[in-house]
Design a protein around this ligand. Structure first.
Ligand code: FDA
Length: 392
């Protein structure tokens, strides 16, 4: 005998728990299934353990999607302020860190506990850890075969997330279900991920450990954020942000001194100065970096007054437009998100339901809606799940 539910939600992460809680509190009989042994690991490790749970500026412009207006409706109906009101009911302390990014004061566990409590308020049933073996649909509704026995439901919500960090339970389950029901999937690729470089392409070992605020461009992407140079390549928020624009073969253009008209500053420093070019440049750039750029410019250890204008202009241009060609990315092992996913053109923007399959819904990162770094991805999880939970 299979158990019967109004809705089965597969994936008990950010979106799945929110969706189940909202539907449960509306009186729906909901079952939440997850195959992972530990609940909501992505929330737990997010934001360095403090979960950057939303961004005050979240709006459609902060998301990548082949269907950019799709997210507008859900985001406008469940805002960062709505999530803050929920935190207030649980007395969860938080702070703003940077550019509208909100973090827990204590730990990400506060968010997990709150979502669990919200599910309890909605009398949500759980199967975890539990593996889903097959999903079928007929006139009576959905039949979900699991290793704990079959369940039937009127609605099925896929909240199984993206492909990043497989070692904590990420799978392509949602994409497979979409394909099973002929729903297109935009090819997935890692996003918000460190980029790698061939050893010959840039002297990262010499510069490893340097961090500085830069302006970075690739395609239509443009960010002013911190850049971190590691032994393997480039990382830090600037690179994570731009990685979602980067495609193999693209070159990044980096302004290492965005607040300075470097050409004018170097030419002005020439006037009668006995300082070496490296020392002049080291006023603005980390010394190791200054030494490297000066050596590459062939200016050597001589006073700036003796350097030619042309050479100083070329040095300034190289620092203001440092061009680097990544060889790849660190992949899903290190990516914070997955770009691409279930094509939202096949979904209803108000409810997240598949247009051709009444009763089948997708919420959260499994869909082709991917936020920038900075709390936008959780805001999409909450907003899409809330929209769906109200429709079940
Ligand atoms: P999520 O991945 O949260 O949940 C999916 C659930 O489905 C998981 O519990 C998984 O076990 C389950 N599942 C998968 N396959 C299954 C199957 N076959 N059967 C059953 N269950 C299955 N975002 C942000 O806004 N602020 C931040 O601070 C961070 N920080 C961050 C750090 C790191 C290291 C990562 C990897 C990611 C972030 N993110 C983030 C991104 C954010 O974590 C992500 O966008 C959301 O968790 C997506 O929520 P979902 O519920 O869609 O998927």
């Amino acid at each position: 005998m299979s158990q019967k539910f109004d809705a089965v939600v597969i994936g008990a992460g950010a979106a799945g728990m929110m969706c189940a809680a909202v539907a449960g509190q509306r009186g729906r009989n909901v079952l939440l299934i997850d195959h992972a042994a530990n609940l909501a690991e992505k929330i737990r490790i997010s934001g360095g353990g403090r979960c950057n749970f939303t961004n005050l500026q979240a709006g459609p412009a902060n998301y990548h999607s082949a269907n950019p207006h799709f997210c507008r409706s859900a985001l406008s109906r469940y805002s960062p302020q709505d999530f803050l009101a929920l935190l207030a009911r649980y007395n969860i302390p938080w702070h703003e860190k940077h550019k509208g990014q909100l973090f827990c004061d204590r730990s990400a566990q506060d968010i997990i506990d709150m979502l669990r409590a919200e599910c309890a308020l909605g009398n949500v049933s759980w199967r975890q850890p539990c593996t889903v073996q097959a999903v079928r649909h007929d006139n009576a509704g959905w039949l979900i075969e699991t290793d704990a026995g079959p369940v039937e439901s009127t609605s099925l919500v896929i909240a199984s997330g993206g492909l990043s960090i497989p070692k904590i339970g990420a799978t392509d389950f949602g994409h497979r279900i979409a394909r099973q029901f002929d729903i297109p999937v935009i090819p997935p690729r890692p996003g918000l991920v460190p980029l790698t470089f061939d050893a010959a392409s840039a002297p990262f070992a010499e510069l490893a450990g340097i961090a500085l605020e830069v302006e970075l461009r690739c395609r239509d992407g443009f960010f002013r954020e911190d850049l971190l140079i590691t032994h393997r390549g480039l990382s830090g928020p600037a690179i994570l942000q731009i990685s979602s624009w980067w495609q193999p073969g693209d070159t990044l253009s980096i302004d290492l001194l965005p607040d300075l008209d470097l050409e004018a500053a170097l030419l002005a420093a020439k006037q009668g100065a006995r300082q070496h070019v490296v020392s002049v440049l080291a006023q603005w750039l980390p010394r190791r970096m200054a030494e490297l750029f000066v050596a590459q410019a062939g200016l050597g250890a001589r006073p700036i007054a003796e350097a030619g204008d042309k050479a100083l202009r070329a040095l300034a241009a190289r620092i203001k437009r440092w061009e680097l060609k990544p060889s790849g990315s660190e992949g899903y092992r290190k990516a914070e998100v997955t770009l691409g996913g279930v094509d939202t053109r096949a979904l209803d923007q108000k409810t997240m339901m598949a247009r051709q399959h009444p009763g089948l819904y997708f919420v959260g990162e499994v869909m082709d809606v991917t936020g920038w770094l900075g709390g936008y991805n959780f805001q999409w999880a909450w907003a899409s799940a809330h929209a769906c939970g109200q429709a079940l």
